[in-house]
Design a protein around this ligand. Structure first.
Ligand SMILES: Cc1cc2nc3c(=O)[nH]c(=O)nc-3n(C[C@H](O)[C@H](O)[C@H](O)COP(=O)(O)OP(=O)(O)OC[C@H]3O[C@@H](n4cnc5c(N)ncnc54)[C@H](O)[C@@H]3O)c2cc1C
Ligand code: SF4
Length: 271
């Protein structure tokens, strides 16, 4: 193991290259290009395989980061991917948008000792993007179809993750969302330069292939009441997110031309 790992002393931290600014200014697509395979392996090999891995302790999902870094460094990418997705419903999304600097990477002992963190997020993104390219991300099979159904209000990451876990257990899952696309703020809040829309769309397609039914342009409170949904399903999950804006306590905050961020972002992303 030591042969492949603990390279933080000899290998510097390196992020994937940024795409050229003039290209980005034209398309506003993601900032970082892909790691090439050897770079991902090299960067994973910087991990010191801590006995108490603070990266994992500070990950809200407790992802088994040191083990999938080891597998990546050994070139066992499929196994690394399988491990990373075992605790995460959409690792390629977390690899792109998690605040790693405050979670896994910010608490990595190599960062704390001044060597520069292991680039956990970029490696996670590389692993799952590779898995999609290689066809390793397939619809899952359910052990047995149950009679009970669950209605989920909200097709954001919360609703999608709940839907996937319930479907894996065999429940019939119906997800309702007031918008015309699946993804919640992943689509209508976060701009393309951080997370491109097709990354979310392919997840939605896979969930559909697993048997989850989406009802879009369906607002609970307008197209059906909560009580009506309750009578349709055996259980309801409410995953409607947080949309109440915080008011600016500043002079001029109510002037014309000042909008709440979510109103602006939703309109801009829809466009
Ligand atoms: C600009 C921006 C940048 C962000 N960047 C990051 C980041 O870098 N990293 C990070 O971790 N997080 C980031 N976030 C936050 C992240 O997007 C949210 O935490 C996450 O999307 C919350 O997921 P959710 O499923 O709880 O809710 P949402 O994503 O808000 O989904 C809720 C869904 O419920 C639907 N809904 C609501 N009411 C009803 C109703 N009555 N009937 C039917 N459907 C309804 C909505 O249409 C929506 O699709 C960012 C958010 C924004 C706005
Ligand atoms: S804290 Fe850093 S060095 Fe330790 S296991 Fe996690 S990634 Fe590796």
């Amino acid at each position: 193991m030591t042969q492949n790992m603990l390279k933080f002393v000899s290998v510097n931290r390196q992020m994937p290259d940024k795409r050229e600014a003039d290209k980005r200014a034209k398309d506003f697509h993601e900032i970082y290009a892909e790691y090439i395979a050897d770079k991902a392996k090299e960067q994973a090999s910087r991990c010191s395989q801590c006995g108490i891995p603070f990266c994992q302790v500070h990950c809200p999902l407790h992802n088994n980061i040191p083990d999938w870094l080891l597998l990546t460094a050994e070139g066992r990418l499929r196994e690394a991917y399988e491990l990373s997705q075992a605790t995460n419903n959409m690792p390629e999304v977390c690899g792109r948008i998690c605040p790693q600097d405050r979670l896994c990477e910010g608490n990595c002992v190599i960062e704390q000792s001044g060597h520069g963190t292991v680039t956990i997020g970029s490696i996670e993104k590389y692993l799952t993007d590779t898995a999609w390219k290689e066809g390793w991300v397939t619809p899952f099979k359910i052990p047995r179809e149950r009679d009970q159904s669950v209605g989920i209000i909200g097709a954001g990451p919360g609703g999608l993750a709940a839907g996937e876990e319930l479907r894996r257990k065999g429940y019939r899952v119906y997800i309702y969302d007031r918008y015309d696309r699946v993804g919640g703020l992943l689509v209508y809040g976060i701009p393309d330069f951080k997370l491109e829309k097709d990354i979310v769309a392919r997840r939605a397609k896979r969930l559909q292939e697993c048997g989850i039914e989406f009802h879009l342009n369906f607002e609970v409170g307008r197209d059906a009441s909560l009580e009506e949904l309750r009578s349709r399903h055996d259980a309801i999950v409410i995953a409607t997110g947080v949309y109440g804006p915080r008011d600016l306590a500043l002079p001029g905050a109510g002037l014309n031309g000042i909008y709440n961020a979510m109103d602006y972002l939703t309109a801009s992303n829809r466009h």
